[in-house]
Design a protein around this ligand. Structure first.
Ligand code: ADP
Length: 340
């Protein structure tokens, strides 16, 4: 599909180039032709003047002194030939260059389309398993003639949990696709204090902290930075949510923020299950989940949070990285320019 588009675009580029080149050739030919005519006319005038001097015995006639009609025609032909050769050269060189340029123009579009295809196939894959298990459990319940009220309620409750998970997945996918579609586009920037961002993020994850009995330690500096406040809250929620999710019960999560050389740094640290070095390279990829986090039912996720976090950080021209020891815990460090 892209090769076909590339060829079409090449032809369009080439057509435009050749039209311009042909237009210029016609203009050049016209100008040179009128110059030739002017020149031969001037020569003829000079010739006539010389004839008048014929009586002068010292005058020697030589055809080379004059631009004869034959010579004018020959020069005209040579100009036409020359222009044809130049246009031929432009056709060949322009064709090659156009093909190269068409490839370069289409490359980002090709990448975007293939990313979108990948996104759709990954997302459908994520939906497939929970939907299949929902369907099976409902079918089994319907076929069971002795199903009592208590058992039906249990099935419904289980299914509701699964539906809620799917709902969360849909929300996350929508947010992620919004960020991907925005790319480096518009942002809703405002000057905010990091402590406000932190308070809002904390409010959103408080129920999770409580449910797991996690203690939160914080050392937050009052630093103002120019950011999209809602995205920053989302970013911090992802990191806090993970820190809580992958901590052991009654563990500790620490949040530190400080400003250094025109950057705001913040770190979210936990003493939980940690991440193996081979997984650390992939955790920011969409839908990637380390095996260690898949093992526990309690740590359910979709592998979207960190890819979302990365997009948000990139949008602010910042950086995010992880330091982790498997079995000991992890720290996620975010660096954002104070006026991104
Ligand atoms: P998920 O919804 O699975 O948590 P994320 O994109 O947020 O998705 O994280 C991707 C993977 O990175 C997780 O599945 C987990 O394996 C690993 N991970 C992220 N944060 C932590 C953490 N604080 N401790 C241990 N592993 C983590």
């Amino acid at each position: 599909m892209f090769n076909e588009a590339r060829l079409k675009l090449t032809l369009w580029y080439l057509l435009i180039l050749m039209l311009i080149s042909f237009g210029f050739s016609v203009v050049i030919y016209k100008v040179l032709d009128s110059e030739l005519n002017r020149f031969s006319f001037a020569q003829r005038m000079r010739l006539e003047n010389r004839f008048r001097e014929f009586r002068n015995p010292n005058f020697e006639y030589s055809p080379r002194l004059f631009m004869t009609p034959d010579l004018v025609d020959e020069t005209r032909k040579r100009i036409v030939l020359f222009l044809f050769l130049i246009n031929g050269g432009i056709l060949v060189a322009g064709g090659t260059l156009s093909y190269f340029l068409a490839g370069k123009t289409l490359k980002p579009i090709e990448e975007m389309v293939s990313q979108q295809k990948q996104f759709i196939s990954d997302a459908s894959h994520e939906f497939k398993t929970p939907l299949a298990s929902l369907k099976t459990s409902l079918e089994v319940a319907l076929r069971d003639k002795n199903l009592d009220l208590a058992e039906s309620k249990r099935v419904l409750k289980d299914n509701l949990v699964e539906v809620e998970r799917l709902q969360k997945l849909t929300e996350n996918l929508l947010v992620l696709s919004r960020y991907e579609a925005e790319g480096k586009g518009k942002r809703n920037l405002s000057r905010v204090n990091f402590s406000l961002i932190f308070d809002e993020a904390l409010r959103r994850v408080k129920p999770l902290l409580k449910a797991k009995g996690i203690r939160l330690k914080k050392d937050i500096r009052d630093v103002e930075f120019l950011v999209d406040a809602e995205s920053m809250v989302e970013l911090l929620v992802v990191l806090l949510d993970n820190a809580i999710k992958y901590s052991y019960k009654k563990g500790i999560v620490e949040v530190v923020s400080y400003a250094k050389r025109n950057f705001l740094f913040f770190e979210v640290k936990d003493y939980g299950i940690g991440i193996k070095p081979e997984d650390q390279k992939h955790i920011f990829d969409r839908f990637y989940r380390a095996d260690s986090s898949r093992q526990s039912n309690e740590r359910q996720g979709f592998g979207i949070g960190l890819s979302l976090a990365k997009r948000i950080v990139e949008k602010h021209k910042g950086e995010i990285f992880v330091k982790s020891k498997f079995g000991k815990g992890s720290v996620f460090v975010v660096k954002i320019p104070l006026s991104s």
